[in-house]
Design a protein around this ligand. Structure first.
Ligand code: FE
Ligand code: FE
Ligand code: ZN
Length: 276
């Protein structure tokens, strides 16, 4: 089972790898730069090399990097959009230091522009950033539908993918808190939700899972993550999620409100409930 959590990137790749292993993780996520955007730390070649060797020895196959929260490819403000485009391009360059990994981002918030314009702007930005030679897969995250978020349902993600030229460079990250808050009943009808995902987007695009409980009921559009088993999704449903045949081999990233010891406990709880 590939499971891990968000880690601090302040000490570099090798330290993230070691931290992951220390809490029983075999994958992890990190912000490519400060979650609020801004400049990124320089990547050190020897750190990356040491990390890649360490990852191989410790069975870490995929990392799921996360773009800063402020990255908004469909902002109503053209300056914000330009800034986001630049960050996307720069982050994708940086991702190539660790080949064949995932880079996840929030599609964006369209402001008052409307979903259709938002979808156009996001896909245009992707078309100018994605390169045939890149090894990174860029993941669109399923969103809770807070405010004017794009990606509030499977159809909106499909509409973006439809417009992306290099479709083999794109995938989806399924955030359990977000889809639940977005109105998909993964508690009572997980099979149905995933069938719907397959019909609208296609399971071949499903690359990673953000595994979170939710502080709010179905369809609340709130996006407040809870610890595993303590929210409205509940442990029983989360155990069904990690064992589901369409999800069980994907990397699971915890984004629950925890410190490292809390993550270690959740990882061991989930491992002990993963059917081999
Ligand atoms: Fe996210
Ligand atoms: Fe998430
Ligand atoms: Zn969230």
């Amino acid at each position: 089972m590939q499971i891990g959590c968000h880690l601090s990137s302040s000490k570099g790749y090798l330290e993230m790898g070691k931290c992951a292993v220390s809490i029983g993780a075999t994958t992890f996520a990190f912000f490519t730069r400060n979650p609020r955007g801004g400049t990124a730390k320089e990547i050190k070649k020897d750190d990356v090399e040491a990390y890649l060797k360490y990852a191989e020895e410790h069975n870490i196959k995929k990392i799921v990097a996360h773009a800063p929260y402020t990255l908004n490819l469909c902002s109503a403000d053209a300056n914000v959009r330009r800034f986001a485009n630049r960050i996307l391009i720069d982050d994708l360059k940086r991702m190539e230091y660790t080949p064949n990994q995932y880079y996840n981002f929030h599609p964006g918030s369209h402001g008052k522009q409307g979903t259709e314009i938002g979808i156009e702007q996001i896909s245009e930005a992707l078309n100018s950033a994605l390169k045939p030679e890149q090894t990174t897969t860029v993941l669109l995250e399923t969103m809770a539908g807070k405010g004017t978020e794009v990606g509030r349902n499977f159809e909106e993600l499909r509409a973006i993918i439809d417009r992306v030229e290099l479709k083999d460079k794109i995938g989806v990250c399924f955030d359990t808190c977000h889809v639940w808050d977005g109105g998909y009943d993964i508690v009572n009808n997980l099979d149905g939700v995933l069938e719907n995902f397959d019909k609208i987007i296609g399971l071949k695009y499903l690359c990673a899972v953000h595994l979170n409980d939710s502080m709010n009921p179905l369809d609340s559009h709130k996006d407040r993550h809870h610890k595993i088993g303590q929210g409205y999704i509940g442990l029983e449903s989360i155990i069904r999620i990690i064992n589901h045949e369409s999800l069980r081999n994907l990397p699971f990233i915890l984004e629950t409100p925890n410190e490292l010891d809390g993550y270690a406990a959740e990882i061991s709880l989930l491992r002990s409930n993963y059917k081999i």
